[in-house]
Ligand binder design. Structure first.
Ligand SMILES: *Cc1c(COP(=O)(O)O)cnc(C)c1O
Length: 366
């Protein structure tokens, strides 16, 4: 037996997460100039980060010889004030990916199972599997979560259900009322994770206040991130809001200092910059309209998206993706999500969107 074979079967069965292709990698592979590459593959903010966040980050550089505040007091205080919750409801993570794993670590083991939807965010099965729990994947309905079927799929040993709203990579959205009625029906012994990574991109008419539900549903865990609209993906900072008893368990299994000093400082400043948030929202709204118009012109089907990305059908996803890469445009193939005929594009700046649409026209014609 090799040393690798000594790892548990469920670990060896994990298929690794496939991230969007980095600009530097494509430049190397295709002999392209990095400056000429457009990356619309990881739902990043085309405006970058808030100038206030950048200033806070640069100031925090001075103190990097010291450990971060392991409790993230200043950021938690800012979040608590904004959300109207107590500090004891917050869990900070090295990206919200980290807090999703903390839920799995705190509530799942080899004798339990986790429920998630087909075409949902790839981190849910990874988090479930990495602690040896059983995967229960529920078929999607119109590319989105089928909450009735997810409720039915909950088994006696199910401890966690993951819901992404909006979902990535499909962009599908569930109105708040549907999620609340799901919470009403689910056993209070099952944790319901509501992943709101794209919450800030919701149109005013779509918004709902999940944090207010915590008082009624102590089994609810809401996760959010600074990676998307706040433009801090490279810093890795996200958080969960949960009832104090649940947050306490998640904090116990958290690695000490999982949120670094630069991320804590930048996130706190980013949270206070409403102007940048609004500008990012508008940029996305306009870019989404631009890309939808372009796809319609090319006659390509797309799934209505509530996020900062759009998933569209090209037939030969791998082929079209390769032809886009050759033109220096990186989008996200989603064959790994069971959608080999589709590609996902993140909404960029007006110029990036135009580059993407021009390259796509070439790529689908070929
Ligand atoms: C991007 C994303 C996240 C979080 O990413 P982090 O960078 O780890 O915060 C979480 N959930 C969904 C659905 C996402 O698309």
């Amino acid at each position: 037996m090799t040393i690798a074979q000594r790892a548990p079967d469920y670990i060896r069965a994990i298929s690794p997460y496939v991230p969007g292709k980095p600009v530097s990698e494509l430049a190397r592979e295709m002999g392209l100039n990095e400056a000429d590459i457009v990356k619309l593959a990881s739902n990043e903010n085309p405006l970058g980060m808030s100038p206030k966040a950048k200033a806070a980050l640069l100031a925090a550089v001075e103190d990097l010889a010291r450990y971060p505040d392991g409790n993230g007091f200043a950021l938690k205080q800012a979040l608590a004030a904004r959300l109207g919750v107590g500090l004891d409801t917050l869990v900070l993570g090295n990206g919200s990916n980290d807090v999703l794993e903390l839920v799995a670590r705190a509530f799942l083991d080899e004798n339990s199972s986790g429920v998630f939807a087909q075409h949902a965010f790839a981190v849910y099965p990874l988090a479930i599997q990495s602690v040896g729990a059983r995967l229960i994947e529920v078929p999607a309905r119109n590319f989105g979560h089928d909450l009735a079927a997810m409720g039915d799929a909950i088994a006696a040993d199910t401890r966690v259900v993951f819901i992404a709203n909006p979902n990535n990579p499909t962009g599908t959205f569930l109105p708040g009322e549907l999620i609340e009625s799901f919470l009403k029906q689910v056993s209070p012994d099952v944790i319901v994770v509501l992943d709101e990574a794209y919450n800030e991109y919701l149109a005013p008419a779509q918004r709902y206040d999940a944090v207010a539900w915590l008082a009624k549903y102590p089994n609810l865990v809401i996760t959010r991130t600074f990676s998307k609209i706040y433009g801090l993906a490279g810093l890795r900072i996200g958080y969960a809001v949960a009832s104090p008893a649940v947050a306490d368990l998640m904090n116990r299994v958290r690695a000490p200092f999982n949120a670094n000093s630069l991320a804590l400082a930048a996130a706190e400043a980013a949270l206070a910059d409403d102007e940048f948030l609004q500008q990012s929202y508008e940029t996305n709204r306009q870019g989404m309209a631009q890309i939808i118009a372009g796809l319609d012109k090319l006659g390509l089907q797309h799934i209505p998206s509530a996020g900062n990305f759009l998933t569209f059908k090209v037939g030969d996803g791998a082929g079209v993706n390769l032809r886009l890469l050759k033109q220096g445009v990186i989008v996200r193939p989603i064959a790994g999500y069971g959608m080999p005929e589709w590609l996902r594009v993140s909404i960029g700046s007006e110029a990036e969107n135009a580059r993407f649409l021009a390259a796509l026209e070439q790529a689908v014609r070929a």
